[in-house]
Design a protein around this ligand. Structure first.
Ligand code: AMP
Length: 120
């Protein structure tokens, strides 16, 4: 009996994804439903469900997500024009997969961070 998340199955190559980078700490692959010309997910190999579940020992791998994101942005040639890094946490952010992941969006102007019509 396994409780692997969808993304853990991708890390283990049990299901297919377009993996762009993988080492012992982090895996990065193209989003299956891209919302920009470049849309990559960068994830810790360790299963951390949400940002709320981060512990002190995760600090290093979480910083490393940015290092990998920067390298991938260069490879995708979106570093000069700019890009967006985004991490959703929980219901109000619309998190769908409960394995912490950083989105890397780029390749076009990305608009506002939060929709204008959102009132609070
Ligand atoms: P979030 O809403 O932040 O949880 O983002 C989850 C992302 O995972 C979405 O952008 C989905 O399109 C993406 N996704 C779901 N299943 C897969 C898959 N099998 N391969 C690649 N990306 C996926």
């Amino acid at each position: 009996m396994t409780s692997d998340t969808l993304f853990t199955k991708i890390i283990k190559h049990d299901i297919h994804a377009d993996i762009l980078f993988q080492d012992e700490r982090v895996t990065a692959f193209r989003d299956i439903n891209p919302q920009a010309p470049t849309h990559i997910l960068i994830i810790p190999n360790k299963e951390i469900p949400t940002v709320n579940d981060i512990s002190d020992e995760d600090e290093s791998v979480l910083g490393y997500l940015f290092v990998v994101a920067k390298k991938l942005a260069g490879q995708e040639n979106i570093d000069k024009d700019g890009y967006r890094l985004l991490v959703n946490c929980g219901k109000h952010a619309g998190q769908e997969v409960f394995h912490l992941h950083m989105h890397l969006f780029g390749g076009k102007p990305l608009g506002r961070m939060v929709q204008l019509e959102d009132s609070f």
